[in-house]
Design a protein. Structure first.
Length: 318
């Protein structure tokens, strides 16, 4: 960029088109120890990073309905993935605070963008959606998820107040309660987060590339898995954890020396008309979980495995 040549980028035009938060985010993302680059494509990428951060905060705010009224005095049930996220959140806070104290702002922005795009939007939020959308307001599982979301919101607001002040003000207009404590009442090994995140990513890559056509299904909710998990997670993991993380109909869980998905097959169950998971035994019938949640009285149904010759199977390439 040369002033004499005239190929400069006018900051006023950036503010006019994208807002001052994007210009500020670009400045903090730039490493002043090297040559600082700027241009239309760079600014577009910075604007995209801001959009992802905003969408992350928007998702959290949109799923805190009933939290402020129900949190006090109510039992909260944390699943394994919630405990992992709390530990991941603690690591995120430590890394960001260290970068901020050392004035390493490019690293701070990088931690923030990766946490919002990869750890939250691409992973944790996807796992939570079924629980948040189908569990009744005030239920222990929903409150547990909302407690984690509230702590994430508090941490993110602490980071963006200086980086993206206008976005911070926008969020505060819709924010009710802030949780200040970050204590870890549930101890879980942090390595488990990256481990399960990698496993899930590989599973979804396989499903999108080959699984859909091989098993003749449209979604992972139509799959049954047979999984072997490491012995060290025996006291922490249940089949419900894996069912939620992989977003499948059923998980047959056992424990061994290492993680392995030994079988993937198309489920014989049908789609629930309420939660859209494949856990119903009859067409247009609610699954047992939804029947319980909405208070319907019905006979207790036991799932029976049906050996159908048309049912496709596949071995996961692990």
């Amino acid at each position: 960029m040369s002033k004499s040549i005239g190929n400069v980028v006018n900051p006023d035009k950036i503010v006019e088109e994208y807002g001052s938060d994007v210009l500020r985010l670009w400045a903090l993302s730039s490493n002043f120890k090297n040559d600082v680059n700027i241009g239309p494509e760079i600014i577009k990428q910075i604007a995209e990073n801001r959009r992802k951060i905003r969408n992350t905060l928007r998702f959290i705010l949109g799923n805190l309905t009933g939290y402020a009224e129900s949190r006090n005095g109510k039992y909260k049930e944390f699943r394994w993935i919630d405990k992992l996220m709390l530990r991941r959140l603690k690591e995120f806070n430590e890394n960001c605070n260290k970068a901020r104290d050392s004035y390493d702002f490019p690293a701070l922005v990088q931690y923030l963008c990766h946490f919002c795009a990869q750890d939250l939007s691409a992973f944790y939020f996807e796992v939570l959606k079924d629980r948040l959308y189908t569990e009744p307001i005030g239920s222990p599982l929903r409150l547990g998820a909302q407690e984690v979301l509230m702590r994430i919101l508090t941490a993110l607001m602490d980071k963006i107040e200086v980086i993206l002040p206008f976005l911070s003000d926008e969020i505060k207009e819709h924010q009710n309660t802030i949780v200040k404590d970050f204590c870890d009442k549930e101890e879980v090994e942090l390595e488990g987060f990256e481990w399960i995140q990698k496993i899930r990513s590989s599973f979804l890559d396989w499903f999108n590339a080959k699984g859909k056509s091989e098993l003749n299904v449209k979604t992972t909710f139509q799959l049954d898995l047979k999984v072997i998990a490491p012995f060290e997670f025996r006291s922490q993991l249940t089949f419900e954890d894996f069912k939620e993380i992989f977003m499948v109909a059923k998980v047959d869980l056992s424990f061994g020396e290492k993680f392995e998905i030994v079988e993937i097959k198309a489920s014989d169950r049908l789609k629930c008309s309420r939660c859209w998971t494949f856990n119903s035994l009859e067409i247009e019938e609610l699954c047992p979980t939804c029947e319980k949640q909405i208070g319907e009285t019905s006979e207790t149904k036991e799932f029976v495995e049906v050996n159908d010759s048309k049912s496709a199977t596949a071995t996961f390439p692990f």
